[in-house]
Design a binder for this molecule. Structure first.
Ligand SMILES: CC(C)(COP(=O)(O)OP(=O)(O)OC[C@H]1O[C@@H](n2cnc3c(N)ncnc32)[C@H](O)[C@@H]1OP(=O)(O)O)[C@@H](O)C(=O)NCCC(=O)NCCS
Length: 122
């Protein structure tokens, strides 16, 4: 399962260097990855861990930011989601892979306790 989202970087999303604030981007990544995990779980999920995030290339004001999340591995109640973040320069359409993350989500029931995840990938 996967999910994608598109954002553009507004001035209020940037830090004093004029680049995208990491905390804002991590929020976008968390949401998009959660949607991929919810599609897999067909229910609610919680973020259990942000295992790894690598910031390779800065993203700047005016860039389009595409977040692409895919469920890579499925456990009994947990899912590991890989997140690629691309920036697109609107002037010429060039795209660069800027950030890569791996987050773990756990499917939960109404009581907030872990529940089994369907194994089907379609
Ligand atoms: C995530 C949570 C539901 C796990 O509950 P738990 O009682 O520890 O559950 P278990 O020990 O039975 O583990 C359940 C699954 O989560 C996985 N897991 C738990 N903590 C993990 C961690 N830190 N990293 C990776 N996987 C983790 C376990 O490996 C297990 O996977 P599996 O069923 O596929 O084998 C619980 O810790 C929790 O509610 N945490 C707070 C979540 C939260 O507030 N997130 C932010 C807002 S969404």
């Amino acid at each position: 399962m996967r999910a994608t989202s598109l954002q553009s970087v507004f001035p209020q999303d940037t830090n004093s260097q004029g680049t995208l604030f990491a905390g804002t981007l991590v929020g976008w990544m968390d949401r998009c990855a959660a949607y991929a995990a919810m599609r897999q779980a067909r229910g609610n999920v919680v973020t259990a861990a942000m295992d790894e995030i690598t910031f390779r290339i800065p993203i700047v004001k005016g860039d389009l930011v595409e977040v692409d999340a895919i469920v890579e591995t499925i456990g009994t109640t947990s899912m590991r989601v890989k997140i690629d973040v691309w920036r697109e320069r609107i002037e010429d359409g060039t795209r660069e892979l800027c950030v890569i993350g791996h987050f773990t989500f756990v499917a939960v029931g109404r009581d907030g306790r872990p529940v089994a995840v369907p194994q089907a990938t379609t």
